[in-house]
Write a protein that binds this ligand. Sequence first.
Ligand code: KIV
Ligand code: ZN
Length: 510
Amino acid sequence: MKGQVKVFDTTLRDGEQAPGCSMNLHEKIEVARRLEKLNVDIIEAGFAASSPGDFQSVSEVAAHVKNCTVASLARCNEKDIDAAYRAVKNAVSPRIHVFIATSPVHMEYKLKMTPEQVIERTANMVRYAKSLCGDIEFSAEDATRSDPEFLARVVRTAIKSGANVINIPDTVGYSTPSEMRSIIERLRADVPECEGIEISVHCHNDLGMATANTLAGILGGARQVECTINGLGERAGNAPMEEVVMAIKTRPDIYPADTRIDTTQIYRASKAVFGIIGRAVPINKPIVGTNAFAHEAGIHQHGVLANRSTYEIMTPESVGIPTNQIVLGKHSGRHAFEKKLVSMGFNLSEEEINRCFADFKKLCDKKKETTDRDIEAIVWDMSPEKAPSVYKLRSFSVHTSDSEAATAVVSLEKDGKVKEDVALGNGPVDAAYKAVDKIVNPPEYVFENYVIQSVSEGKDSLGEVMTTLRYGDRTFSAKGVSTDIIEASIISYIHTLNKLIDHSGSGEGR
Ligand code: KIV
Ligand code: ZN
């Protein structure tokens, strides 16, 4: 009989702590909602003790999530463990995830502790966490560079003190698949107490082996995998959930286990996370990249037309990629539109459907045929990740030519009041952004990134713009979508400024 591999998602903790990946509370709740839809087993919602903002977001995720365990990370000290417990205690199924480093280099230079002190701290803190919460995961940070005998002692101590999940992180992405497998096999052999508890692996991607190492961990006997959507995470990231899950699903002959993941939600979750952090999906990214299922070479196309399995080891439908057929047009009614949304897996409120339908009708006036990707872009454009709404675009006009500076007039609305301004720029986007700045007078930021891409094929396609601004040590990103790329650029910029203003508490009344 096939076993079960639990999926522990740490997008909101290990993913979110990576530079350029920070999320606000609305965004974290949106990601948690997606993870729940995916059917992950455990959501690591954050590191509650690291800041009041993290504490709040872990607590809110714990309160929202109903179908999976919610965990908070904690170092091996009472203060961290108390904060973690307070943040997750109201979850339907709470978990505290405690960790301490076990490699010689980490113990000596980071912790400044002897191995005996690490053993003692592990015993005391796992016992303390267990006195608060029934579900305790223990991680031996930098396990793959630890002495195997010492690792076995620490793991035995953690189990004796109450840990029911033991996680073996490849913290610096140093291990290889055969090594990862043998670390898990040896641990199970050296520590018979591992029988009856769950062994987990947590792999970083510094050498591009996070997925392979995670899968090798399963072959060694691990039954929990820690990963993130799109592989977000420190440095080169963590094991991407979409890769690990689809490898398990596609090669049942190799992996003796299954996950509970609804793979048809993978593409939407990936898109939502990329949208939130303001990055475009890399075209060649496995599973979710634009080219992941594209067959350009004539010989491949010929094969796929004759039989899909010639060049396709999995179908785009199995990961929820819209097939991009022409779906609805100008004469389609609200009922047909609503049915289409449901068939695409969106579960929207009446009010949200009405808003999307109004945008869909506007799009039909500009574009003859709309595709699944267009409809998807409309839905993403009104998704909660955009909140909060401080300024709204009322109208704009631009004048641009090859012989003089571009001019833009932009009119914005805030609290029912309309303000208009005009600016010159070295192009229409620059001019429009300068006009917006004159109205908003935002706090000083660094303009970090601007990405434009078309949503579907054809000259009349919707354009999607993603703007990223850095303010202090945080980045803010948001999307704008329109058939007019200047409009998409302005909308994206305003949404991003709204997030920045909301975070900084500035911009009011200016
Ligand atoms: O990479 C790592 O070691 C971690 C632990 C805290 C689990 O993220
Ligand atoms: Zn990690």
